[in-house]
Design a protein. Structure first.
Length: 338
C-alpha cells in the first residue's frame, strides 16, 4: 500500500510518501518558524494561510522525489487533530479533495499517534509493547503502547507542556522562537550548577508533570539576575531541571510497567541532553530507548503517512470530512476492518 501523508496541524507543512513494501520513499517539510518568530509564537491565521501556499508545491516535489505519480497512490492520510482548526482544515481539504478525485480512500490521523509511531520508521524500530514519552510544544504524556490504537495514558502534564516551557523560558531570556533549540544552544555555554531550580512533582508518587512552577522559578531568577552574562547559566540550569524531570518520570514508568523498551517522540525528543539522560537511565535498568531520526522529531508528513498506512491497511477511514482540534489520544481504538 502506497500512502501520501499530509501534516498541517500547526506551523509546519509536511508531505511524505510511504510504501508498505519499500518504506519511506520521500518526505518534504516547510517550517514557518521564521515567519512566526517575529511574533514570539504561532499566529493561527498566518499559519493557515501559509499552509494553503505551501502544501500543493510540496506534494508535487515529494511525488517527484519518490518517483511516483498520483495514479500510483492507494490512499491519502492527513492530520485530523489535535491542532489549530484552520490549519487542520487546509490539510484535510486538500487530502479529501485529492482522494475524491483519485477515487481512493482517505483517513484522518491523530497527530500524536503519528509522533508515537514515528520511531517505527527508524532502521531499528522497536517492537510492541513499549512505554512512550511524547514531548512536544503542545503535549507531554507518558503512554503504555500495546499496539496500533492500543494506548493507555500513564501520566501527563497538568499545565504547560515541555515544549511550551522551553518557549516561555526562551522569551524570558530574550531568545528567539522556537525556544527549544535556542535554549539548547545557549545552555552549551552555561554552568547548570550555578543556579538551583526546582524539579516539580518528582516526589508526587505518580507519572504526571508540572512545568509552570519551573517557568516561574526561571522568571524570578531572571529578575534577580537580569545581566546578559547570566543567561547561559540560567538556560543550562533550566535545561538540566527539565531533563531530570522527564527522565525520572520515564524511568519510573518503565519500572511500574516492567517494560524494557522506551520510545521518545516529539520535538523536545531532539534535545541532546535529554537523549543522553534517557540513554544512561535505560542502560542502568537493562532497557533500551528508541528515538526517531532527528528530522522526524518535529511535525512531519512521514509520521502521518506511516500511521495512515497502518489504519488504511485494515480498511479504516473517517466516515465524514472533519477535523478535531481537541482529540484525546487514549480515545483511539485499534484499527478495525471496514
Amino acid at each position: 500500500m502506497r500512502v501520501l501523508g499530509i501534516e498541517s496541524s500547526c506551523d509546519e507543512s509536511g508531505v511524505a510518501v510511504f510504501d508498505g513494501a519499500r518504506g519511506l520513499l520521500a518526505h518534504r517539510l516547510y517550517s514557518q518558524t521564521a515567519m512566526h518568530g517575529d511574533y514570539g509564537g504561532v499566529v493561527p491565521e498566518l499559519a493557515s494561510r501559509d499552509h494553503i501556499q505551501r502544501i500543493l508545491p510540496l506534494i508535487r516535489d515529494t511525488l517527484a522525489a519518490a518517483d511516483c505519480g498520483l495514479d500510483s497512490l492507494d490512499g491519502i492520510a492527513y492530520t485530523a487533530g489535535p491542532g489549530l482548526a484552520g490549519a487542520l482544515l487546509v490539510g484535510a481539504g486538500i487530502a479529501r479533495g485529492l482522494a475524491y478525485a483519485l477515487d481512493i480512500p482517505a483517513v484522518g490521523v491523530h497527530h500524536l499517534e503519528g509522533h508515537l509511531l514515528s520511531p517505527l520508521l527508524s532502521r531499528e524500530p522497536p517492537a510492541f509493547p513499549f512505554v512512550a514519552l511524547l514531548v512536544s510544544g503542545g503535549h507531554t504524556q507518558i503512554m503504555q503502547v500495546a499496539g496500533v490504537g492500543r494506548y493507555e495514558l500513564l501520566g501527563e502534564t497538568l499545565d504547560d507542556a515541555a515544549g511550551e516551557a522551553f518557549d516561555k523560558t526562551a522569551q524570558l531570556l530574550g531568545l528567539g522562537y522556537p525556544g527549544g533549540p535556542a535554549i539548547s544552544r545557549l545552555a552549551d555555554a552555561g554552568d547548570a550548577a550555578r543556579y538551583a531550580l526546582p524539579r516539580p512533582m518528582l516526589g508526587s508518587g505518580d507519572l504526571n508533570f508540572s512545568f509552570s512552577g519551573l517557568k516561574t522559578a526561571v522568571a524570578t531568577l531572571r529578575r534577580k539576575h537580569p545581566e546578559d552574562a547570566t543567561a547561559a547559566d540560567i538556560a543550562a540550569a533550566f535545561q538540566a531541571a527539565m531533563c531530570d524531570i522527564l527522565a525520572a518520570k520515564s524511568l519510573d514508568a518503565l519500572r511500574r510497567t516492567a517494560s524494557r523498551r522506551l520510545v521518545v517522540a516529539g520535538g523536545v525528543g531532539a534535545n541532546r541532553q535529554l537523549r543522553a539522560a534517557l540513554a544512561a537511565g535505560c542502560e542502568s535498568l537493562g532497557a533500551r530507548v528508541y528515538f526517531p531520526e532527528l528530522d522526524l522529531c518535529t511535525d512531519n508528513g512521514a509520521m502521518i503517512a506511516y500511521a495512515g498506512a497502518m489504519r488504511l491497511r485494515e480498511g479504516a477511514k473517517l466516515a465524514a470530512f472533519e477535523v478535531r482540534p481537541r482529540w484525546d489520544l487514549a480515545s483511539l481504538a485499534a484499527p478495525q476492518p471496514a
